[in-house]
Design a protein around this ligand. Structure first.
Ligand code: FMN
Length: 180
């Protein structure tokens, strides 16, 4: 079984990256595990042309969005890890979600990933409240749902300003990994 731990923060070495590294180390004992960062890819914004609603194919030339979807296709387990930026997922990740409209089950025909995948959300923020984290996990679950990937669990960390705050959350991260 293959696991993809995807850092949806544009910061390759930040707090989310540190969490991703721990999750990957834990899962690598049980799964073929790879990590990637959204900043490894460049892709255009969705233009909202809706031609994919009729064709199931994006009208834009193939770019990094298609390469991320290829990484999703190769994975049985997909962990989407995201920090809160302005109380939701970072704009780069939202831009990628928009580009996944050809794969959305809200229209026919649509592109489709192979079945049987499991998704997870791992989110963090600086502020103390869980409600904002739940908004991020809802964004992730909504996205996965339209790809027909069940969101099977989530991790929410608060009080995380930088990667220096990750070790204090180690037990929560390990407990989350045990559920995957
Ligand atoms: C542009 C930006 C917006 C942010 N907005 C929020 C916010 O609304 N709520 C919050 O709790 N933290 C917010 N943060 C703090 C980040 O969630 C926090 O620093 C996180 O650890 C950053 O993870 P990263 O280093 O992987 O990007 C924001 C940080 C940035 C850079």
């Amino acid at each position: 079984m293959n696991a993809l731990i995807f850092n949806c923060s544009p910061v390759r070495t930040g707090a989310t990256a540190a969490m991703v590294q721990i999750i990957a180390e834990q899962l690598s004992a049980r799964y073929e595990t790879v990590t990637a960062c959204i900043d490894d890819y460049s892709f255009r914004f969705c233009k909202g042309c809706r031609s994919c609603h009729k064709t199931g194919v994006c009208a834009l030339p193939p770019d990094g969005a298609a390469r991320i979807m290829a990484a999703f296709e190769a994975a049985d387990i997909i962990v989407l890890a995201a920090p809160s930026y302005w109380a939701d997922v970072p704009g780069q990740f939202k831009a990628f979600i928009d580009r996944c409209t050809p794969w959305s089950n809200t229209h026919e025909p649509h592109a489709a990933l192979s079945g049987g995948k499991k998704g997870y959300a791992a989110v963090l923020r600086t502020g103390p409240g869980m409600q904002e984290c739940e908004r991020l996990t809802a964004t992730v679950a909504h996205f996965l749902g339209h790809l027909e990937i069940p969101c099977c669990g989530s991790l929410c960390l608060t009080g995380v300003e930088s990667r220096a705050d990750i070790p204090a959350n180690m037990q929560k991260i390990l407990d989350f990994c045990d559920t995957i």
